[in-house]
Design a protein around this ligand. Sequence first.
Ligand SMILES: O=C(CO)[C@@H](O)[C@H](O)COP(=O)(O)O
Length: 213
Amino acid sequence: MLVAPSILSADFGHLARDVAAICEGGCDLVHVDVMDGHFVPNLTIGPVVVEAVAQVATKPLDIHLMVENNTFFVDLFAPLKPEFISFHIEEEKHPHRLIQKIRALGIRPAITLNPHTSIEAIEFLIEEVDMVLLMSVNPGYGGQKFIPSVVEKAKRLKALIEKRNPKCLIEVDGGVNDENVKELEAAGVDVVVAGSFVYKHPDGIEKAISALK
Ligand SMILES: O=C(CO)[C@@H](O)[C@H](O)COP(=O)(O)O
């Protein structure tokens, strides 16, 4: 299992220290939650802060856009050369075009589904993306409870991916811990995003990451 800790649960007063800690602790990706206060009722960070994160991170960035104007934010973050940029299917009128744009910028495109969104919504996009991110909480905040229906959704998505684009990864985000990760792994999930489990683990960040793996 690949682990992408969400820096939303870091101490922003010591962000460089907390980004270094997950990289030294064995994470695979650094998950960056970008929220605009419109698509979701929370506002997080922009390119100035993410540039500082990129300078410290020794693992690739996984940028998750939770915004209304995806194209604007893709242009804003592209110079930081993240590994992935994901955007929400619920908020994009022209997802195919946006995927092509992200790929043309040398970034791996990913598409995100909210808990209520069915995988049929991306049936004809699956060949175009390198990763699908399934939300297992309503986007906007860290520390929420895992929504278990994502397990069945991941199984159905895995079946679709095997037929249409076997290299495409499945990522699950929200309320992930060392218990539900087992079901996610069995369902075919490749990457888990975890914020509070990693940053608030009583035995420390390294132990938390290895427990998820
Ligand atoms: O995108 C989001 C929330 O919108 C997530 O990345 C959370 O920040 C994950 O945090 P935990 O649920 O693991 O605390």
